[in-house]
Design a protein around this ligand. Structure first.
Ligand code: ADP
Length: 560
């Protein structure tokens, strides 16, 4: 019996093509390409020579049921599905997020797919890649250094150091930095104030980066960021400080999408990377649109379950530009169904159709939620070696009874370049050909509290929402400052439809607790913090980092 190879071993054994060849396949002219070594390139979209009269590519959005802590295989499915569509003769491009170092060193693993459905070079992409997160972190922290310097130098704007809403960031899970005090040490060291760190993927700069339509729009959005309030409680923006130009300069190269390839040689843009539980959860708008200009089908992923990433894709990203999906894939796994049915983590690989029958209520709610946006989803069953034929048959029969198209995809084991995703690709191609009637879940004219109520009732299945006293004050402030027309970005645990990670399945009879609201006026949404969700994660007791190393030649080991 052969030993199962790790994702990293498979990636290292794969044949990788020079990135110029991938660019040529994608229809990218050489002078739009900026090489970062032999296998990565940035695309200067301003220099792209596009086919005249080409219709924009159709978007397939890959989402999922509520995940287990290991992830259900959305990235793997995104890559495998795209490879399978390419195998069937379609002109395809992938748009994916860049991985964050926090979860890589923590527990979730990389974000470049898995098995025979990965983007390459996987170790590069999972580590420092082309430096985009460095640039975003630097822009964020430059802003904070400039703000604290402004306060130190006399505080002409009257910024109230007790009412700052913007924090410093780091691309790391580091709970020790959640609450810090800065400026200690006497008059020469600055003005002391309470501060804190978020993870880079939760930074508003990341959101702005991912929602900007071009460099000019990036500068305007950066200028509109509210980082705090004055002593008179008036919002203070980056434009008040006059540093939007400097921040844009720090991001001028990062904003160009990164071109890489899958194991099967499908072109992929990997660009931007907000988390979907604490931010809006999809790759950059520029990458999605560039892929739509170049290909006929764009396969893209939105983070965590369809209650988070997909809802935000539809209600935030798809309002800024015409990137609405023509088809949605909901990834389900047998193990996630069992977990949703109450089976403990250690026993997920044992056959248990009874637990699946309970847990499938979670999938049902996600599938029906997607239909509320006017799109009937396709369920992709991500096959694991431990799944039994009875379990897979049971789920296929359930999907048929629910009236939703479904396919078992073995893109992890056989690759989309092999035949592992042929059936899924055929069903998705059919779905792309069908009429869809896309619409947003809520109108922007609704007051912010009603937008939140609509999301928690329609998508989470809650009875209603409860606002804390500080959140109620924020609502009044939002109204006063004229921000009521913004969409909402829910910050909620990915493990449950409720704000309590331990409530599995499809709970009923609950309310969602909004403890604070943070206006992100540059990104253009209001973040609603629910339950105990954190914008700076911590590391687990046995971090994945303990298994990592490099060999004598500098090749990483233990990177999943
Ligand atoms: P998501 O995008 O939903 O978070 P990923 O595609 O990143 O999930 O997959 C999470 C992890 O699970 C990866 O390490 C991947 O290799 C592994 N994985 C995904 N699908 C399978 C499968 N069918 N069998 C075994 N491992 C898998």
């Amino acid at each position: 019996e052969d030993k199962v190879m790790s994702d990293l071993e498979i990636a290292h054994n794969a044949a990788i093509l020079p990135i110029e060849e991938i660019a040529q396949r994608a229809g990218i002219n050489v002078d739009a390409l900026e090489l970062y070594g032999p296998y990565k390139a940035k695309i200067d979209v301003g220099k792209l020579v596009l086919l005249a009269g080409k219709a924009p590519g159709k978007v397939v959005l890959v989402s999922a049921m509520s995940p287990t802590p290991a992830g259900e295989g959305k990235s793997t499915t995104t890559v495998g599905l795209a490879d399978s569509l390419a195998r069937a003769g379609h002109k395809v491009m992938i748009a994916l997020r860049e991985p964050s170092l926090g979860p890589i060193l923590g527990m979730k693993g990389g974000a470049t797919g898995g098995g025979y459905s990965q983007v390459l070079p996987m170790d590069d992409i999972n580590l420092h890649f082309t430096g985009d997160f460095h640039a975003i972190t630097s822009a964020n922290n430059a802003l904070m250094a400039l703000v604290d310097n402004h306060i130190f130098q006399g505080n002409q704007l009257g910024i109230d150091p007790r009412r700052m809403t913007f924090k410093r960031v780091l691309d790391m899970n580091d709970r020790a930095l959640r609450e810090v005090v800065i400026g200690l040490g006497g008059p020469a060291q600055g003005v002391p104030r309470q501060d804190g760190f978020d993870i880079t993927v939760a930074s508003e700069i990341m959101a702005v980066f991912c929602l900007a339509t071009d460099l000019d729009d990036l500068r305007s959005r950066l200028g509109r960021i509210t980082f705090g309030y004055t002593y008179d409680r008036a919002p203070v923006t980056v434009a008040d400080l006059g540093v939007q130009g400097a921040l844009t300069m720090l991001l001028k190269d990062a904003i160009k999408p990164n071109l890489v390839q899958t194991i099967a040689g499908t072109p992929a843009l990997v660009h931007g990377g907000p988390f979907a539980n604490i931010a809006h959860g999809c790759n950059s708008l520029i990458a999605t649109r560039t892929a739509m200009q170049l290909a006929d089908i764009v396969v893209t992923e939105a983070g965590f379950g369809a209650d988070l990433g997909a809802e935000k894709y539809m209600d935030i990203k798809a309002r800024i530009a015409d990137v609405a999906p023509s088809a949605v894939v909901v990834v389900a796994t047998i193990r996630a169904l069992k977990m949703q049915g109450g089976v403990p983590k250690e026993r997920l690989s044992e056959p248990n159709v009874d637990a699946m029958a309970t847990g499938v209520e979670n999938l049902r709610r996600h599938v029906r939620n997607v239909a509320k946006f006017g799109i009937t989803p396709v369920v992709s069953i991500n096959k694991f070696a431990t799944d039994t034929p009875e379990e897979l048959e049971w789920l296929l029969a359930w999907c048929a009874a629910e009236g939703v198209e479904a396919a078992v995809a073995d893109v992890w084991g056989r690759g989309g370049g092999g035949d592992g995703g042929d059936e899924l690709a055929a069903k998705v191609a059919t779905a792309l050909g069908a009429e869809s009637d896309f619409h947003h879940l809520y109108s922007l004219d609704l007051p912010v509290e009603d937008k939140i109520r609509t999301i928690v009732q329609e998508i989470y299945g809650a009875d209603g929402v409860e606002f804390s006293v500080p959140a109620l004050k924020r609502l009044a402030e939002i109204e006063k400052n004229g921000w009521s027309g913004l969409p909402v970005c829910m910050a909620k645990t990915q493990y449950s439809f409720t704000d309590d990670a331990s409530r599995l399945g499809a709970p009923k009879g609950f309310r969602v607790h909004v403890r604070d609201l943070i206006p992100k006026t540059g990104a253009g949404f209001i973040v609603a913090l629910t339950g105990a969700v954190m914008t700076m994660p911590g590391l687990p007791k046995e971090p994945a980092a303990m298994r990592m190393d490099v060999d004598a030649d500098g090749n990483p080991t233990g990177l999943f």
